[in-house]
Write a protein that binds this ligand. Structure first.
Ligand SMILES: NC(=O)c1ccc[n+]([C@@H]2O[C@H](COP(=O)([O-])OP(=O)(O)OC[C@H]3O[C@@H](n4cnc5c(N)ncnc54)[C@H](OP(=O)(O)O)[C@@H]3O)[C@@H](O)[C@H]2O)c1
Length: 197
């Protein structure tokens, strides 16, 4: 059994590097997503095609557990995650679109250890839409919030690279695991958001 379990929602896209780093540090990393085969090797893909819903892939250090689940069905997502969890999660990282965030986080809350820290990752567009960073979704879980912005180069702008986003989120993970007070950090530039704070 891995010593610590992290539940990472939205951890197979641009935050894959964040999940990989937790894995390298010995965590069991549980990764619900619609297309779990995307994070798996050949043998696990074959198992998935054979009907297995929950392929397990153990790395040299921790264990990556891919779970097929969709944010639009939060209760089912929580059930599928519960099936693979060996113990309550010690950490939740949530990169979940704003429209699904509250129902999904509330659904997985019972799967977290008491007072387990949460890292909520926000897209700056969603933050501007709701006029500021929302309150943390889960009471009783100290929450670090990260807002992902953009990078300006001369006259043009670009999204953060996947590495920049993962590094920024990992810094929040470390603040969370160090027991730092809940805070909001931005990665990159967020002009209208930054102007209001
Ligand atoms: N400020 C920024 O820097 C910023 C913000 C937003 C986007 N972007 C850029 O835009 C690109 C695309 O962004 P993205 O929003 O698609 O993020 P992403 O991190 O590339 O992918 C989204 C993650 O959420 C999962 N996911 C999405 N919908 C889901 C659902 N309904 N149920 C369960 N899991 C779900 C995806 O897995 P599945 O697809 O397998 O479900 C994946 O793990 C990024 O690569 C990035 O370059 C940048």
């Amino acid at each position: 059994m891995s010593e610590r379990t992290a539940l990472v929602l939205g951890g197979t896209g641009m935050l894959k590097g964040c999940a990989d780093e937790l894995l390298a540090q010995g965590w069991q990393v549980v990764l619900p997503s619609r297309r779990p085969e995307g994070v798996l090797g050949g043998a696990a893909k074959a198992a998935l095609r054979g009907g297995a819903h929950v392929p397990h892939v153990s790395g040299a250090e921790g264990a990556r557990v891919a779970v097929a689940a969709d944010w639009s069905r939060p209760a089912e997502l929580a059930d599928r995650v519960r099936e693979v969890m060996e113990q309550p999660a010690d950490l939740l990282v949530a990169w979940v679109h704003a429209s699904y965030r509250d129902p999904v986080l509330r659904a997985v809350a019972p799967l977290l250890a008491p007072h387990a820290p949460v890292v909520e990752v926000h897209d700056s567009g969603a933050i501007q839409a709701v006029r500021g960073v929302p309150d943390p979704a889960l009471d009783g879980h100290p929450t670090q919030q990260v807002v992902l912005g953009f990078v300006r180069h001369g006259g043009s702008t670009r999204w953060l690279s996947h590495e920049e986003a993962s590094v920024g989120v990992l810094e929040a993970v470390h603040r969370a695991l160090d027991g730092k007070a809940p805070s909001v950090h931005q990665v990159g530039e967020i002009d209208t958001w930054a102007a209001r704070h």
